[in-house]
Write a protein that binds this ligand. Sequence first.
Ligand code: BTN
Length: 254
Amino acid sequence: MFNLNLYQEKLTTGFIGQSIKYFPKLDSTNTKAWELISENAKNGMVVITDNQLKGRGRQSNKWISTPGKSLTFSIILYPNVLPNQINLYSLIAGLAITDCLIEYNIHAKLKWPNDILINSKKVGGILCESKISGGVIKSMVIGIGLNVNENIAELPEELRDNATSLMIESGTQYQLEVVLANILNHLEHRIKNDETNSQLLDWEKHCAHLNQEVTFRNGNDIVEGVFNGLSSIGQAIITINGNKIKYDGGEVIL
Ligand code: BTN
């Protein structure tokens, strides 16, 4: 059950999360968010569930979470920005999570484009979807999954070597409503601060693989190169055989 009072007590935003829809059970908060957009949902509305049954990940992967133990939520935005800004939004969402975790003395890292890692294991992921109309991003859904209170046995067996939760890493249990409000506070702060360059530098500071040899997968293409950081619109810059190549999509594999 979602404790609305606790959440509202911690929330300091002007618009993100001021309107929130809680569902005890849902297939996917991102899918529900798109449904709500078609019914004119407010800018900044948050959709959250305790039990996500068909969580969607990037590149058609599934996102599996233990009911009541993790955060699975989506944020609805109507940003009216150029389509090439989409990567920046998902990078900023990753930073909002690292900002929040620093408050708990947890130093998380980011893997391009938007995996959240603690001690090299994945603790969270972001699925950012958008609809373009008239040459601008009219609507956007930022879906966030963060493993919070799971113990090792509660993580899917096949993921145990590569996944973790805040509880596993810190030995502490967290109130989900408080962590959620904290993430949203940081997200709004970062979205309102339009100094793109400082956001990009912050992301690079938190990057798990800056200037390191990485494997990069883009569709069926797998290449080896050095991750040299971000372009001005958040693309991954990879140096392959001496050539710097900018990627909009794909992912770093560590
Ligand atoms: C990834 O790492 O592949 C992204 C995972 C994103 C999962 C979240 S959970 C809340 C929201 N609803 C979904 O169906 N997916 C995102």
